[in-house]
Design a protein around this ligand. Structure first.
Ligand code: SAH
Length: 397
């Protein structure tokens, strides 16, 4: 019999709204014994069974719900059903069907807390970030193999968030093996090398696929500045869209090398129009301003400045700083494409920051489009925390 996680009175409310996280403050006590990752029955103070969840004793998120049906058995077959359903949801969306690079499982928003799975061609890369996900590793890997018929599965569970769960980082081949760390995918007609072993996250920022396509549409004859370019995703799309010149900035030497190799993989693109700068974006934006440079489009896709709510204030200052600098570099009629992937900074707050940045820069600007993650990064309506990526396309006078 499973242990029972008894909640304090009133703390069942978020579960009744199908929110999957149970914080330490909601837990009255655990009846019975459970090891990290074990499935426990979640029970309201009045004895009402609510859900079945994975026990994470060392995390502030003390349990993550696998099923809101208190009767549902969490076993190998459960993961097979959930993984197959996540894969099927993507197949139902025409723009995702033919993608070589695709997020197959987006954690909570696919009913699988702590589970990320990205496909790059024949290879699936998994990242397991919770005790429950780690415990069911074998079932998840087997289910992914069956649902996708992929030939290789690589583990990239080396994210720092595992520490909060008391888990060691792990990485390596779970199915098959390959001497090549790199996979080449085609995104919006552009070839991109993805280093699944050493790249960020699972190797590539798949969430920006549609926004990169949008940049291509806007770029004909434009001079584009792409800040935080990583392996050149936005830069190459701008070139594919006919940009006159694309200046790309990142402080990671290896990322810039991959970006230049990516450009070389695309003979149809004019490499002469690409300029790569190994620099800190905060400094480079000021240097470009001092040199009197102007751009038609400025892209700002920084790393997560606010990993949690505690960092929001400092993050807000950093967002305002780069956005004000971005506005100052825009030629009349130019566009700022600006993002935040900080979960702690919501869309409203982000918009206020960008508005304040425009004021600081003395620019009149209007939002022409709100931007978000691609459809393979869905947001469960009951889990708004899943909406981490938000962006604005802003046009100045
Ligand atoms: N836009 C990219 C993803 C950006 S990830 C894409 O579409 O793939 C964030 C990038 O910011 C990383 O490549 C990291 O090396 C870089 N970075 C982080 N801090 C930086 C800084 N202060 N200056 C320059 N680059 C920075």
């Amino acid at each position: 019999m499973s242990a029972q996680l008894i909640l304090h009175s009133g703390k069942e409310k978020s579960l009744l709204r199908q929110h999957p996280w149970i914080f330490s403050g909601a837990v009255a006590h655990l009846e019975g014994r459970a090891r990290p990752g074990d499935t426990v029955d979640v029970v309201a103070a009045n004895g009402r069974p609510l859900a079945r969840a994975a026990w994470s004793p060392s995390s502030q998120i003390r349990a993550r719900v696998w099923s809101f049906d208190p009767e549902e058995v969490v076993d190998h077959a459960f993961f097979k059903r959930r993984v197959a359903a996540a894969v099927a949801r993507r197949e139902a969306l025409p723009e995702l069907r033919a993608q070589q690079g695709l997020r197959l499982i987006h954690a909570e928003s696919d009913g699988l807390p702590g589970v990320i799975a990205d496909r790059y061609g024949d290879t699936v890369v998994v990242q397991l970030t919770s005790a429950g996900a780690d415990k069911w590793r074998a079932a998840i890997v087997d289910s992914l193999q069956k649902a996708t018929a992929c030939t290789q599965i690589y583990d990239r569970s080396d994210s720092d968030v595992r520490k909060l769960e008391g888990l060691e980082p792990t990485s390596g081949w779970l199915l098959g093996a390959d001497i090549e760390d790199e996979r080449v995918i085609v995104e919006n007609g552009v070839r991109m090398a993805v280093d699944i072993v050493k790249g960020h996250k699972t190797g590539f920022y798949l969430d920006q696929r549609e926004n990169r396509r949008r940049l291509a549409e806007l770029s004909a004859h434009k001079r584009v500045l792409n800040c935080f370019c990583y392996t050149g995703g936005f830069s190459l799309q701008a070139l594919a869209g006919g940009a006159r010149e694309v200046v790309s900035v990142d402080s990671s030497g290896p990322a810039l090398l991959t970006a230049q190799r990516n450009l070389a993989l695309n003979q149809q693109l004019d490499a002469v129009r690409a300029v790569w700068r190994d620099a800190d974006v905060f400094d480079e934006l000021r240097a470009l301003r001092a040199a009197g440079e102007l751009f038609d489009i400025v892209v700002l896709d920084p790393p997560k400045f606010a990993p949690s709510a505690a960092h929001v204030e400092r993050a807000s200052r950093a967002y305002k700083d780069i956005n004000a600098s971005g506005f100052r570099l825009l030629a009349p009629g130019g566009m700022l494409m600006t993002y935040s992937c900080s979960g702690g900074v919501g869309l409203d707050v982000f918009q206020q920051i960008v508005a304040a940045a425009a004021r600081d820069a003395g620019r009149t600007a209007r939002i022409v489009q709100r931007l978000q993650g691609a459809a393979d990064h869905p947001v469960d309506l009951a889990f708004p925390e899943g909406e981490y990526l938000k962006g604005l396309l802003v046009q100045v006078d």
